[in-house]
Write a protein that binds this ligand. Structure first.
Ligand code: FRU
Length: 431
């Protein structure tokens, strides 16, 4: 029991969790709701679980924000604040068809579904879900984007109740197969301080594509057309990533479900299933003539780090720590336990960032879980990367966050040793 409960990655005490939902900052607290089934660690009638945190790392559980009703289960959605400072949530009512509903919360704990629900009817599209609020600076209306089969639809409203469709994006510009889910649309500042619109789309079963463009006349359109897809993460356990609303100082903070639908219902954790990935802060960097979304760990993580110690060839480690590494060429770090299980990660001689979990622990619940993940770096030369290991998962942010991995592992005994070949840096416990 609880052998695989991470310390800084959010997990529900019991039951099933998937997508992050309703993420908004209000009065000093980050609110995180999530797809939740409290009565079993298998997916079931969806609720919105709810937790709050002052630092995005240490969470306090609150009662579920929303429960299934006669209009359907409560599928994914988002939250924002109205002019009174109340939280407004928008979500999919998943019944015979998928329709959108809203709920209001004055105290940030209890949510009252709106009497006018559903506020957006289904237009005859099977997959019509996951509304995400966004705003255009200077406008009085609130907008949302939702996933509609193989594209996104945009709506706007003055009162959160009456919605008007303003446009669509896709499928042109899309390079991949899969049903569109959990879209997000927001502005990100590039290195020179200019804002660009970026759209994220999760695509079944396990990838997240992003697009760089502009939002005008009620629709998103591409300004960066490439002959290949841009992915948030080149594989591993990362899905349904969306950003917090209303974060101070213009920060764009992203959080994802650290899992993969292909085996999410089989992972050997107990009494819960599902963890959130660590918060990431988004930026844009120009590489080889294209804008690339960067995802560094949020600054709060580095504040949770204790006294750094220099990396040695071999050292003892706890179950939750941060490594800041620097390598001139190929390098390999290894976590090992007393049973001889090993998790390897680093940069290989093909200039790829890799995580190798082939011999890292339990893997028989899904063929293909025991895999070596690797992806080419977008940069040449020396590589700087941050690594967080937290009980049952590892996350990497390399080359200013231009290449990232979030990967679950289930060692039969805790890793206690960290070996380091050809890299320099520090290791710090995380509290
Ligand atoms: C994405 C998703 C959403 C849906 C929810 C249901 O992981 O399939 O599209 O709203 O999960 O739990």
């Amino acid at each position: 029991m609880d052998q695989y409960r991470p310390k800084l990655h959010f997990t529900p005490a019991y039951g099933w969790m998937n997508d992050p939902n309703g993420m908004v900052y209000r009065q000093g607290s980050y609110h995180l709701c999530y797809q939740y089934y409290p009565h079993s660690k298998d997916w079931g009638p969806m609720h919105w679980g709810h937790a709050v945190s002052a630092d995005l790392l240490h969470w306090e559980a609150l009662p579920p924000a929303l429960e299934p009703c006669e209009q359907g289960m409560i599928f994914s959605g988002s939250a924002t604040l109205n002019e009174k400072g109340d939280i407004v949530a928008v979500y999919t009512l998943h019944g015979d068809a998928e329709r959108q509903g809203v709920a209001f919360s004055r105290d940030g704990i209890h949510f009252e579904p709106c009497a006018e629900n559903p506020v957006i009817e289904n237009p005859g599209i099977h997959d019509f879900r996951d509304p995400k609020f966004f705003r255009v600076p200077g406008e009085s209306c609130v907008r949302l984007v939702l996933a509609a089969g193989d594209r996104a639809h945009f709506y706007c409203s003055q009162d959160y109740i009456h919605w008007q469709k303003t446009g669509e994006f896709g499928p042109e510009g899309n390079h991949l197969d899969g049903v569109w889910e959990c879209p997000d649309l927001f502005q990100v500042r590039d290195e020179e301080g200019r804002e660009h619109w970026v759209m994220l789309v999760s695509m079944t079963p396990n990838i997240i594509q992003y697009f760089v463009g502009d939002f005008a006349d009620g629709a998103f359109r591409l300004t960066q057309r490439l002959d290949h897809a841009q992915l948030l993460n080149p594989g591993g356990d990362y899905y349904a990533a969306v950003t917090f609303d209303n974060v101070p100082a213009g920060r764009r903070v992203l959080m994802a479900w650290m899992n993969d639908w292909r085996y999410a219902g089989k992972i050997p954790t107990d009494p819960h299933r599902g963890a959130m990935a660590l918060p990431r802060e988004l930026g844009l960097k120009r590489i080889n003539g294209a804008w690339v979304l960067t995802q560094a760990f949020a600054a709060e993580l580095f504040e949770a780090a204790q006294e750094p110690e220099m990396l040695d060839e071999e050292q003892e480690v706890g179950q939750t720590f941060l490594v800041e590494a620097y390598a001139e060429g190929a390098c390999c770090l290894t976590l090992r336990n007393e049973q001889g299980e090993e998790l390897h990660f680093g940069v290989d001689d093909q200039n790829c960032l890799f995580v190798d979990r082939t011999k890292a622990g339990i893997s028989d619940f899904f063929e293909g879980f025991a895999q070596r993940l690797s992806a080419p770096r977008l940069m040449e030369g020396s590589c700087k990367f941050s690594v967080v290991y937290d009980v049952a998962g590892i996350e990497l942010a390399a080359d200013d966050g231009t290449l990232n991995y979030s990967v679950q592992v289930f060692p039969r005994a805790p890793y206690t040793q960290l070996l380091c070949e050809n890299a320099e840096g520090t290791v710090s416990q995380l509290n």
